[in-house]
Each structure stands twice: as structure tokens, then as C-alpha cells.
Design a protein around this ligand. Structure first.
Ligand code: PEP
Ligand code: MG
Length: 596
């Protein structure tokens, strides 16, 4: 049995916060379990149960609100999260549902509260957006903390720790905040995905973190030596002596590398031979925008505005959108903010818009097609963007444009929005640049025509690869076919750059391909001059760019054009980048590695 406990295990998960930690495991369990009385209550106890409910909710909300003063060095993200927690806690809808359950179903406060939480969670179930599925987790975790109070339990106390690697089935932000960061080396959880809050919090505290680690609970015992590799998404339990030594060395080198990245983050993205490109950030919420500058980003190349619609149960008003966009545009001025209009599919339904039955939603009424199907929705968003653009340097971009007709129709809606604003006497941007996302094969073929009517192009490589290769970007069974270095993909990029150059417009890449170190040299050689990437990738991307040189990259590209096999191209790129950045590549998250 003892032998078994010391078993060497390599577990894989999702690398949620970069870094490496070596230390002893401490498994913490969440407050859970216990049961409420199932008894039906007498009407004379309605008021008593309502009072218990109100007290539990108010106390829990206060705990979230006061946490900020207790945790030193809390990041903006963490405090935003706590604010969101307290808002969920105080949400009148939840309270109304719980009160109804007390009075109509005659349930005691605890059961009534749980019923209310379940019914809110049901509305999240149909939403197929990872970010929002994680938000359902927030409702769950707030719900369970209030429920624990109604069971008469106090929130879990902060365990007395030496320096430890904290492991758990799942960690709510409230759990994480209850731990003193100076005692934690890293976090690892069985549950969670790339966008889970454990990862967000860990990044805020600069703690290595791996989430979604299958088998963690079974393999990790308190006190076991563990390595958390937040770069490759690995947790090694009871490592071998040579593994331990190698990781300790790697950790030292990583610290030096990160210090170097921080020093250089604000230097221009200019190659060794002086070719200047721009590096922007992709954001999903207003809060993400705050980090872009600190990380050395030169603006926002893609604001996925749909998140402002999806995170609510009704449609946002023009005023709400205007306030949101203005905050970002003003905050980033004079740097550019590219606002992409609503990009949702029929699988991600919006409250306020009837859900359609579609057998192929990815090929259905999504993106710009949906916006044109609901022109009032697009017009309202365009009005908000035109107004916000008066406060700084903004541009608008349409997703998934398939051809000229769609582009003209969409631009027509901008003009209608502008007329409406003028009639209302509202200030609006006169020369709002309008860009087209190149995400469909048809837009690649039509790039020369589209370039004449667009102010810029942005290649959405995530979708472009999906549609060129006919590979569902979310389907793990065909993910081996999803190849950014496929010659058809590279040829598409080449054609788009050529069309943009002929028309004298700029072209960026804003999909994941832009931050793939094996694609970056080829994109640069083809003439891509703007990259928009996930915020954490900005410093490393600038670091790599500053060490590349264009004549060498062009030679590399010529060699790639000679190859037809994706494998040969991949090997060539790996050889080149490993030769140039042998040290650095070990610190870059290169995506899930099957053989890791
Ligand atoms: C893309 O498709 O590359 C893109 C940036 O858009 P999204 O990932 O939001 O579809
Ligand atoms: Mg896309």
C-alpha cells in the first residue's frame, strides 16, 4: 500500500497559468455535503425562513466585499471577480425565486435557495460557450457557499500551510482567496478548463497552475512531492530524482527568462534588421483591456463584443453598449481598438432572439449572417460603436464575411446607424475604419474585390483553417487534421496579403496562428504586419519578433513554398525555431502535446 502511495505518475491537464513549481502537495476539500431538512414548512414559518435566507445571503455577500481588504496585492481581475460574486449573491432574481420556493413550495430556506440556484443554472445549460459555462460555475460556487451558511457551517477556514502545492477537486475563487498566497507554490485541480477562474486567479498571483487534471484526486496524497508544470500542463506526482533535478534547473532558467520578458515588454516589435510590426491584444471583456498596456500591447486588435451580449439574460441597450465601448476606447486612446460586431452562432442563442433549429449551425445563421438577419440588433451595435469612436481611435470589423454583397449590406447598416444618430443630434465618428475578417475560403478568393471596399483585413485563422480544411475546430477526433501549416492555409494567407498589398490596406492575423511560434516566421515573411493575440502571449511574441530577421525568414518561406507536405513544413519550422530559440521554446506553451 505504502509503495502505491509513492507511485510515480505523470498526469496531464490544461496549462492554465504558466510557470513551474516543485513542492509538497496539500489536498484541500471544499465545504460540501450535509443535508437540509426536507420537511415542508408551516406558513407561520415563512417569514422566519425568509429572514434566515436574507441573513445568509447578506453575510456571504459581505464576505466577498470585504475580502479585498484582507488579501494583499489583489489583482484587478480578482477584485472584479469578487465583485461579480457579490453581484450574483445579491441578484434580486435569485432571491425572488428562493422566496417563491419558500412561500409556494413551502420549502425551508436552504432547499428554497438550492432550487433557485438550480433554476438559474438551467438557463446556462444551453449555452455552448466555454467562457459562459465557466460563469455558471460562479453561480454554482456562490450558491454552495450560501447553502453552507444555511446549513450552519462557516466557510472553510484557511488551512495552516507551509509552502505547498494546493490541490483540489475544484477551487472556487473564494477558496483560492482564503489561502494566503505567500504560502502557495502552485495550484492543480481535477476540474476546470482554459478559461476557468482558478487559472485567472493563478495568473493574477503569478502562480503556476494546471486545471482539468484527470486522476489528480486519486494520485495525489498530502505530503507527496509534486511538480506542477504550468507550461506543458503536467502534474508529476512522486517524480524521479532526475526529473526533479531537471525541473529545478528549468525553474531557475524560467525565472531569468520571465525577468527578461518583463524588461523588454515595452520595446517596439522590430526585427533585427529594422522591420517594424504591431502587436495587439485580443479581448473578451472590458476588464481584459486593462492588462494590454502592462503587457506591452499596442492596442486591441480584436474585441470579441459578443461576450457583452452573452453574459446576460436580456439584450443590452445601445446606451449600455456605448458605455462599455467608450470605457475601452477612451482607456486605450490614442491606441487603436478594433471592435468586432456580434459573432455568435445558432448554437449560442441570445436572449431576445428566437432560437432556430439548424442541423449544421457552424454553416448556418451565425456571425454577420445573424446580424444581417436581425438588422435592428446590428444597427444598435453600430450606433454604439459610432458614438464610442468619437472618444479615441476605434475601428469596426465584420466577422465571417463571405462576399461583396454581405459587406455592402453590412456597411449599409452602418450608414443607417449614422443617419439615425445625426437625426438625434448625437456626435458620431465621421471616418470609422471598417475592416473585414477573412475567415471563409470565399473571402480569400474574393480578397482583391473585398480589399477595394474595406479599410483593412484581419485574418481569423481559427475559423479560416476550419473552413479551408473542413475540420471542426472544436472536435477532438479530427484535431490532428487541424493544421495551421497546411499548404492550403499558407497559400490562402499569401493570397490575402497580396490582395491587401495591391489595394494598399493593412492586414493582420488575429487567430491563434498569430501566437504560434512555428507559424510566426512565415506570417512575417509573407508580409503580415499586425498580430493580435491573447494578452499573455504579447511579451513572448515581441521577444521572438525582436530576434528574427526578414531576409532569413524570406529564405525560409521560399523553402516552405517548395514543400507540399504539412509534416515537412512543420519539421522545417521546428528545426529553424529550435535552432534560434532552443532555450526559450521550452518556456512557451505550445498547446496540448499528445506525447508530453
Ligand atoms: C478566428 O476565427 O480566428 C477569430 C479570431 O475569431 P473567433 O476565434 O472569435 O471565432
Ligand atoms: Mg472566427
Amino acid at each position: 500500500m505504502k509503495e502505491n502511495l509513492k507511485k510515480h505518475r505523470i498526469l496531464t491537464g490544461v496549462a492554465a497559468s504558466s510557470g513551474i513549481a516543485v513542492g509538497r502537495a496539500l489536498f484541500i476539500n471544499r465545504a460540501s455535503g450535509g443535508s437540509f431538512s426536507t420537511e415542508i414548512i408551516h406558513p407561520k414559518h415563512f417569514v422566519r425562513e425568509e429572514k434566515r435566507l436574507e441573513r445568509a445571503v447578506a453575510d456571504q455577500a459581505c464576505e466577498f466585499e470585504n475580502a479585498e481588504t484582507k488579501v494583499r496585492g489583489m489583482s484587478q481581475e480578482q477584485s472584479d471577480l469578487l465583485e461579480a460574486y457579490s453581484m450574483i449573491c445579491r441578484d434580486p432574481k435569485l432571491m425572488e425565486l428562493a422566496r417563491k420556493a419558500i412561500r409556494q413550495d413551502r420549502l425551508p430556506a436552504g432547499l428554497a435557495w438550492e432550487k433557485a440556484v438550480r433554476s438559474v443554472l438551467k438557463s446556462f445549460e444551453k449555452i455552448d460557450v466555454p467562457y459562459l459555462r465557466e460563469r455558471a460555475e460562479d453561480v454554482k460556487s456562490v450558491g454552495s457557499r450560501v447553502a453552507a451558511r444555511l446549513r450552519g457551517r462557516k466557510a472553510e477556514p484557511s488551512p495552516a500551510l507551509g509552502c505547498r502545492v494546493i490541490m483540489a477537486h475544484d477551487l472556487t475563487p473564494a477558496d483560492t482567496l482564503a489561502l494566503a498566497p505567500e504560502n502557495i507554490l502552485a495550484l492543480a485541480t481535477e476540474m476546470g478548463g482554459q478559461t476557468s477562474h482558478t487559472g485567472i486567479l493563478a495568473r493574477g498571483q503569478r502562480l503556476p497552475c494546471v486545471v482539468g487534471v484527470t486522476g489528480l484526486e486519486e494520485a495525489a496524497r498530502d505530503g507527496a512531492m509534486v511538480i506542477v508544470d504550468g507550461i506543458r500542463g503536467l502534474v508529476i506526482v512522486n517524480p524521479m530524482p532526475d526529473e526533479l533535478a531537471a525541473y529545478q534547473k528549468k525553474q531557475e532558467l524560467l525565472n531569468l527568462f520571465e525577468a527578461r520578458l518583463r524588461q523588454e515588454a515595452h520595446l517596439p516589435a522590430k526585427t533585427e534588421d529594422g522591420c517594424r510590426v504591431r502587436v495587439y491584444g485580443n479581448i473578451e471583456t472590458t476588464n481584459d483591456a486593462l492588462r494590454i498596456r502592462d503587457l506591452g500591447g499596442e492596442g486591441i486588435g480584436l474585441y470579441r463584443t459578443e461576450f457583452g451580449y452573452l453574459s446576460r439574460l436580456d439584450l443590452p441597450t445601445e446606451e449600455e453598449l456605448y458605455a462599455d465601448y467608450t470605457r475601452i476606447v477612451r482607456g486605450m486612446a490614442p491606441d487603436r481598438v478594433v471592435l468586432r460586431t456580434l459573432d455568435i452562432g445558432a448554437d449560442k442563442s441570445l436572449a431576445g432572439i428566437p432560437k432556430l433549429e439548424e442541423s449544421n449551425p457552424v454553416l448556418g445563421l451565425r456571425s454577420i449572417r445573424l446580424s444581417l438577419y436581425c438588422p435592428d440588433l446590428l444597427r444598435s451595435q453600430c450606433r454604439a460603436i459610432l458614438r464610442a469612436a468619437t472618444h479615441g481611435n476605434a475601428a469596426l470589423m465584420f466577422p465571417m464575411v463571405s462576399g461583396l454583397r454581405e459587406l455592402r449590406q453590412a456597411k449599409g447598416i452602418i450608414e443607417e446607424a449614422r443617419r439615425e444618430l445625426l437625426e438625434r443630434g448625437e456626435p458620431c465618428a465621421e471616418n470609422l475604419p471598417v475592416g473585414v475578417m477573412i475567415e471563409l475560403p470565399s473571402s480569400v478568393f474574393l480578397a482583391p474585390a473585398l480589399a477595394k471596399e474595406a479599410d483593412f483585413f484581419s485574418i481569423g485563422s481559427n475559423d479560416l483553417i476550419q473552413y479551408i480544411l473542413g475540420v471542426d475546430r472544436e472536435n477532438k477526433y479530427v484535431s490532428y487534421l487541424y493544421q495551421p501549416l497546411h499548404s492550403a492555409v499558407l497559400e490562402a494567407v499569401r493570397q490575402v496579403v497580396e490582395a491587401a498589398r495591391q489595394a494598399g490596406i493593412r492586414v493582420s492575423v488575429c487567430g491563434e496562428m498569430a501566437s504560434d511560434p512555428f507559424c510566426l516566421p512565415l506570417l512575417m515573411a509573407m508580409g503580415i504586419d499586425e498580430f493580435s493575440v491573447t494578452p499573455q502571449a504579447i511579451p513572448i511574441l515581441k521577444y521572438l519578433i525582436r530576434r528574427l530577421n526578414m531576409p532569413e525568414l524570406r529564405k525560409l518561406l521560399a523553402q516552405v513554398y517548395d514543400k507540399v507536405s504539412t509534416e515537412t513544413t512543420r519539421r522545417l519550422m521546428e528545426k529553424y525555431m529550435n535552432g534560434r530559440f532552443s532555450q526559450e521554446l521550452q518556456f512557451i506553451n505550445l498547446g496540448a502535446k499528445e506525447d508530453a
